[in-house]
Design a protein around this ligand. Structure first.
Ligand SMILES: [Cu+2]
Length: 227
């Protein structure tokens, strides 16, 4: 006789599969979290990807993060800061200017919150972008606004309800106690699941999902908060 596998059994299987994957990944990733780097591709003739040719590509980061522009096309381009969304006053004085490049990378670190516009000086109509920098006062990788919604302390990186992915507050992301806890609420909205588990995106979307919350946790498996 064949046994039917019910929803809770399927979830257990799914969690076990996540655990096995994470154990393998974790061998290489036993570290601490720190400021992040976002990569923006620079192509012919767009920022991010070709769908943004002629429009503005948005990139969301937190204070202290770095954006690295990566030249992937063959023509020469720049990433040059502009004073506002009219893209009329642009140059190094507005924040940064890579100068003309056709290969390699250029990086800029954003230490203050705000909306920062940039374009390519050579193709200003086709190539435009925007960096949305959210305030992250404690530097734990979650914006102050997100932590306000999740219910963690935006001023502390470690401790009880301080670091969003440290679900059980032991300062470490594990399968038991963190990932499996959140996975148990898979598919639920924060009307029935705790807001504390809705750690992604930033700010949170009100839903406990695999693409957002569980994969974000999985990506931090075996990592610790830095006091
Ligand atoms: Cu260009």
């Amino acid at each position: 006789m064949r046994k039917t596998i019910g929803p809770s059994r399927r979830l257990t299987v799914k969690i076990a599969a996540i655990a096995v994957t994470l154990t393998v990944v974790g061998l290489a990733g036993n570290g601490q979290t720190s400021a992040a780097t976002a990569t923006v591709n620079v192509g012919d003739f767009w920022f991010c990807n070709s769908t943004f040719s002629g429009s503005v590509c948005p990139t969301s980061i937190k204070t202290g993060d770095t954006v690295t522009w990566n030249w992937v096309g063959s023509a020469s381009h720049t990433t040059t800061a502009c004073s506002d969304g009219t893209f009329t006053t642009c140059g190094a004085a507005q924040g940064w200017d890579s100068g003309s490049m056709s290969t390699g990378t250029f990086s800029h670190t954003f230490n203050s919150a705000g909306t920062f516009f940039y374009h390519c000086q050579i193709h200003p109509a086709a190539m435009r972008g925007r960096i949305d920098v959210l305030q992250d006062t404690d530097g734990d990788g979650w914006s102050d606004v997100a932590e306000g919604i999740i219910g963690t302390d935006p001023l502390r990186r470690c401790g009880v309800n301080a670091w969003p992915p440290g679900i059980n507050s032991d300062g470490h992301v594990d399968v038991i106690g963190d990932i499996s806890t959140v996975a148990n609420f898979f598919g639920q909205s924060v009307s029935t699941a705790p807001k504390r588990y809705d750690i992604a995106p930033d700010p949170p979307d009100g839903l406990i999902d695999v693409i957002g919350d569980i994969s974000r946790l999985a990506g931090l498996f075996a990592q610790s908060c830095t006091p």
